[in-house]
Design a protein. Structure first.
Length: 703
């Protein structure tokens, strides 16, 4: 009776940038081969599933965003399960497995997943499979792949348990599942021995004796010429191993070229996160000297006449395009240079074998090819193994094919990490290195993720300068390296730098220039409010700001706001304010000092009570070397910081772009608390945790 039964499980994903969704799709796709049916939904689609009545096992894939928050798509769900009125047995009927995604560069690693996991446990739900926590810092696949491999057996056991509960004969269900077409993950992969390869390539018209010779030659060349492996060369034992490579994902996208004309979609239609605003860039100021190691720019946007609103501490997102010449090069490699302006229609292939295949949300149904490559696909993304696997099929040279197989194989995992992931290799780098690889357009659409808008912290106050929004960023630079002969700039910061170059008149490099901007450049933005990183509601409360480098950005907004409040409310009491800033060189990259004297003004008018600055690369003749980093300076003010935090109910804000800085600062605060309270380190850590929970120790860090 139950032999033709395809067991259903509920698969929920909560994604911010598409990774959790891609992993859920992978699970969904593999499920069929295990005789299972994944009922997959975005966790936000709460009308499509009901955990309160769910009987089947539930699999949740959830990422983390911001400072340890669940993705925006999970907010409603999390709010719902966090209802304190729910009884402890609310989900006692539920069996679930959870895969959390995160990045250990950030403080609250995988906190999105951990939050949901913890709450489901509190509400009585049972794990049928151990929670997986995958770290983007070392490669999600390190945890994701084995977690998915083990999921099938765990699900099988969960079904047995479920059927026992329901009184169904457990051997019935066991046999139903073991009768599934491909019972184990090992058989789900193609075990490619050189013998199989030979046969496969023979099918493609290559004579087996030629091929064998060619493979041998490749290995000889690789092992004698290059003792060291590289992106394109492997060495023994990998070069001589039989390989386990992933199953070829079924293609599911169809692209039709149309010779009709029309209009490209509006950029706002690419964004699901909220309303977009097209606003002029009215000023651009270089905040660093020409000889600084990094170039920091401040841009001013004219938001007057829009309903765009923000508070100091909020961020917003910039919709950015890919680099024009990279798009041109890609078109050329694809053999589509003359078709860039053609409209294309993107559809899900009829009858595709891909389970759960849907039209990717970030792909317009109709646009020009150039629009698609410029605005929709992250062409700089590091290709996933599934993409490499698909590229194997589009590669004609046997040596290149073998190397691509190696890079996506189990045996080649460390080569993948070293030469692809850690080297930040992108599709173009690969296509240059493997010139016989000629992928089709549909493959790019299937495998390249959505081009994400980039977030920036607002560096101004709407109260201080209504209708104007400032933000500050470093132009990200990637120097040339062996896998990438050309230097590159960050997608968004490189584009912005080019866009505002005409505004960067070195003779008018001050923000108080009265000259009217002649720029007509506009950029599209949308808001990304921060729920917690705001000024204390009570202005009499003191606060400490730690923001080295561009981390100072939101604090300029804080101080502008505070200055205006002081001007408008002379009868209010205002708490003291501390700013710890650090940079490399006093005369090269001391933001808001050289070019724009705002910090000095804040100090002079009393808005900023204490400014403490350090320079990490300046040489000194002093007998005692001055502190180099903000965390070192903080330690010098241990008593004051302990007073602000412990006695005066003050706030502590950290903003910046480095994990090491944020960790270094929190270590320093732990030491300060431990020293000033004469408590041991563990006790001090607990106090810091309490401060975090009370939202009085707040971080806004990015990498
Ligand atoms: P991308 O092209 O996205 O490259 C950036 C990252 O990609 C690198 O750091 C690296 O990890 C990787 N990468 C890509 N290619 C390579 C390669 N070839 N070699 C090595 N690594 C590579 N930034 C600011 O400057 N100011 C801010 O105020 C600010 N606020 C932020 C607020 C929030 C809430 C968040 C999440 C981020 C914030 N950021 C800020 C960071 C900002 O969003 C961008 O990440 C940053 O500007 C880089 O964007 P990009 O497109 O120029 O670089």
């Amino acid at each position: 009776m139950c032999c033709d039964l395809k067991r259903r499980f509920l698969l929920l994903y909560a994604t911010q940038k598409g990774q959790a969704k891609a992993i859920a799709e992978e699970i969904c796709q593999q499920a069929g081969a295990h005789g299972l049916e994944a009922d997959m939904h975005c966790i936000s689609e709460m009308d499509k599933y009901n955990l309160e009545t769910e009987k089947d096992p539930v699999v949740i894939v959830i990422s983390t965003t911001g400072t340890g928050d669940p993705p925006d798509t999970a907010r409603k769900f999390v709010k719902k399960i966090q209802d304190t009125a729910l009884p402890p047995d609310h989900f006692a009927h539920l069996q679930y497995g959870l895969l959390g995604l995160g990045d250990s560069e950030y403080m609250f690693f995988c906190n999105g997943g951990k939050t949901v996991d913890r709450r489901l446990q509190e509400l009585g739900a049972q794990h049928f499979y151990e929670t997986g926590l995958a770290d983007d810092c070392v490669g999600l696949e390190v945890v994701v792949d084995p977690w998915i491999d083990g999921l099938w057996l765990a699900l099988k056991e969960a079904f047995v348990l479920q059927n026992k509960k329901e009184g169904m004969n457990s051997s019935d269900i066991s046999s139903a599942l073991s009768a599934a077409p491909v019972p184990s993950h090992i058989e789900n992969e193609l075990n490619i021995s050189s013998e199989v390869q030979k046969l496969k390539l023979e099918d493609e018209g290559v004579r087996s004796s030629d091929l064998t010779q060619k493979l041998v030659d490749i290995h000889l060349v690789a092992s004698t010429r290059d003792a060291e492996p590289s992106l394109v060369h492997s060495v023994p034992p990998l070069s001589q191993s039989a390989l386990n490579i992933p199953a070829l994902p079924a293609e599911y996208i169809e692209v039709q070229f149309q010779d009709t004309h029309g209009e490209n979609p509006h950029l706002s239609s690419l964004i699901s996160e909220g309303t977009t605003f097209e606003v002029p860039v009215t000023k651009a100021v270089q905040l660093t000297r020409e000889d600084a190691i990094k170039t920091a720019l401040l841009l001013e946007l004219d938001i007057a006449g829009t309903v765009f609103d923000y508070q100091p501490g909020d961020a917003f997102c910039v919709i950015c395009p890919n680099n024009v010449s990279e798009v041109e090069e890609l078109l050329q490699i694809l053999g589509l240079s003359d078709k860039g302006e053609y409209f294309i229609c993107v559809k899900v292939k009829q009858g595709t074998k891909r389970k759960g295949a849907t039209h990717p949300q970030h792909i317009p149904e109709r646009s020009t090819l150039k629009f698609l490559l410029t605005w929709c696909l992250e062409i700089r993304a590091v290709p996933k193994k599934a993409f490499l696997r698909a590229l194997v099929e589009c590669t004609s040279d046997a040596g290149e094919k073998r190397r691509l197989q190696e890079l996506c194989s189990r045996q080649g995992a460390s080569d993948y990490t070293q030469f692809i992931r850690d080297s930040n290799v992108c599709l173009l780098d690969l296509l240059r290195a493997f010139p016989s690889c000629k992928p089709s357009l549909n493959l790019l659409i299937e495998h390249l993720p959505k081009l994400q808008a980039r977030s920036y912290s607002v560096s101004s106050s709407n109260l201080y300068q209504p209708g104007r929004l400032h933000f500050v960023f470093n132009i990200v630079e990637f120097p040339a390296c062996p896998t990438r002969p050309v230097a590159r700039k960050g997608v968004c910061t490189g584009w912005l730098a080019e866009l505002v170059a005409p505004l960067l008149n070195p003779n008018k490099n001050t923000l108080d220039t009265k000259g009217i901007s002649t720029s007509t450049e506009k950029i599209s933005i949308f808001s990304r409010p921060n729920n917690t990183f705001h000024l204390p509601a009570d202005p009499s409360v003191p606060f400490v700001m730690v923001g080295p480098g561009t981390g100072i950005s939101p604090f300029i907004g804080f101080l502008q706001h505070r200055q205006k409040l002081r001007e408008e409310h002379t009868d209010w009491e205002f708490g003291e304010t501390w700013l710890f800033f650090g940079c490399r060189h006093q005369d090269r990259d001391y933001l808001f000092k050289q070019v724009h004297y705002e910090l000095k003004c804040f100090l002079e008018n009393g808005t900023l009570t204490h400014l403490k600055v350090c320079f990490s690369r300046d040489s000194t003749t002093a007998e005692v070397a001055p502190p180099k980093y903000v965390q070192d300076v903080i330690r010098l003010y241990a008593k004051e910081i302990a007073r602000v935090l412990l006695k005066e109910g003050g706030y502590f804000y950290v903003c910046g772009d480095k994990k090491h800085m944020a960790d270094g600062v929190s270590d320093a605060v732990v030491d300060i608390l431990s020293m000033e309270m004469e408590a041991d380190k563990l006790e001090a850590m607990k106090i810091l945790a309490t401060l975090r929970e009370a939202k009085r120790y707040l971080q806004d860090v990015w990498s």
